[in-house]
Design a protein around this ligand. Structure first.
Ligand code: SF4
Ligand code: SF4
Length: 406
């Protein structure tokens, strides 16, 4: 989340009204109170069959906030932090290790990750997790996830399962999980159905509102371009008791601009997005980056107030006006590019650059792609755009990304 933009946005909140002509009382759906437990000022939900009761707002560990903010966030009831061996060169895990030492290991849960891509095997997984345990200064990880799975074969690969098995016997983690940024329809579905994974962390964003959802009376947006299928995957997870943590909930389409026009008298568009995600009771928590005290107040406040009709109306307008710029990371274009251009990946890095304003990270990630995977290898065949269910101008966007990220 861009600090400056969110700060400016909060300061800019002013009284204003937006009519809600599209919404009936049926849309006033909020948290199912029976699924939430309140302790102090935070609400907690069960993370599927892990049985962990985690805070409705959890903290993203890339980057991790300064110490004073971090301790406040935990004291305010956030009890789940998402990390990875790779975040901030291990400093994310080191800082969480300090938290465990100073605030108590039982004060919070950590989910951290290993990679299973590019030159990996069982030994690299075991070594990666050993490093995580050392940095975290703990003898066990609460949820051990495979980082950014983009193909379903990885989920049942013998090397992964064997590594998990060995570490489980040694008590090095409690629960399994995956994070998924693309190719959700295959990867998340298999992760839920194969039985090896207790939870899934996946992107869930207002642009995933659907026009064919079984609950369409609640979530129909007439001019939405297509169907992401994410909500059905989340419902499937619920049916198998696989926990869901939503991420990328505050991702916006294209540049962060004119977001103030979507505020209501009570909430910023970011708060509305968080409330919308939490209104899905099949989600245990929304993981979000919090880097300032203002962001902390903004994000933690949402658990106390239901999404109103006026806020849904603002959301409707936001989606209607911006969905053409929003890549859902379905992965279809990248899977089928005959030249091997990493289109989905490049669009993700462009989102880091434009949406989250993480310029250094976006450039570093893009430059780590092999030359043949970058935009100049595109031969302009148009296949990707023919496959995109959302009408994204992929060629124009990847070439633009290249000009910004090299
Ligand atoms: S237009 Fe370019 S990026 Fe798209 S499929 Fe063809 S070669 Fe790949
Ligand atoms: S550009 Fe379209 S096809 Fe490619 S990942 Fe994004 S939504 Fe999917």
């Amino acid at each position: 989340m861009a600090i400056t933009n969110r700060r400016k946005f909060l300061k800019g909140l002013a009284l204003g009204a937006f009519s809600a002509p599209f919404f009936s009382k049926k849309l006033l759906v909020f948290h199912d109170q029976t699924d939430r437990e309140k302790k102090g000022e935070m609400f907690y939900r069960r993370l599927g069959r892990t049985d962990l009761q985690i805070s409705e707002i959890s903290l993203g560990g890339s980057p991790i906030p300064d110490w004073a903010i971090l301790t406040q966030i935990v004291e305010r009831g956030v009890n789940y932090i998402d990390s990875s061996h790779s975040y901030s060169n291990g400093n994310s895990e080191r800082t969480i290790g300090r938290l465990f030492k100073e605030m108590g290991r039982d004060k919070l849960y950590v989910g951290t990750k290993f990679h299973a891509r590019r030159n990996w095997n069982e030994q690299t997984i075991l070594k990666s997790v050993e490093g995580s345990l050392k940095r975290l200064q703990t003898d066990h990880i609460d949820v051990l996830l495979i980082h950014g799975v983009d193909n379903e074969e990885t989920l049942t690969d013998e090397r992964v399962l064997s590594a998990y098995d060995k570490m489980r016997k040694q008590g090095k983690f409690r629960f399994t999980g995956i994070s998924c940024h693309s190719n959700h329809h295959k990867v998340v579905k298999k992760a839920i159905e194969c039985g090896h994974y207790d939870m899934v962390q996946l992107g869930y964003n207002v642009f995933d509102i659907e026009d064919t959802d079984e609950e369409q009376d609640i979530e129909t947006y007439d001019d939405y371009l297509g169907t992401s299928g994410i909500r059905q995957l989340i419902s499937l997870a619920k049916s198998k008791d696989v926990g869901i943590i939503a991420m990328k909930t505050l991702k916006v389409a294209g540049k962060r601009q004119n977001l103030e026009t979507y505020k209501t008298e009570d909430s910023s568009i970011f708060q509305i997005m968080l409330k919308w995600a939490l209104s899905n009771t099949n989600i245990a928590s929304v993981v979000t980056e919090i880097l300032t005290f203002e962001q902390m107040e903004e994000d933690l406040a949402v658990v106390h107030h239901p999404l109103t009709a006026r806020e849904r109306s603002a959301l409707y307008r936001f989606v209607a006006e911006n969905s053409k710029d929003y890549c859902h990371m379905c992965g279809q274009c990248e899977l089928h590019c005959p030249e091997g251009v990493k289109t989905t990946t490049i669009l993700r890095y462009l989102a880091y650059y434009e949406g989250y304003e993480k310029h250094d990270r976006a450039k570093r990630d893009y430059q780590s792609l092999r030359p043949e995977e970058r935009a100049p290898s595109c031969q302009n065949c148009g296949r990707c755009e023919g496959l995109c269910p959302y009408g994204i101008a992929i060629r124009q966007k990847i070439h633009y990304a290249h000009t910004q990220l090299v």
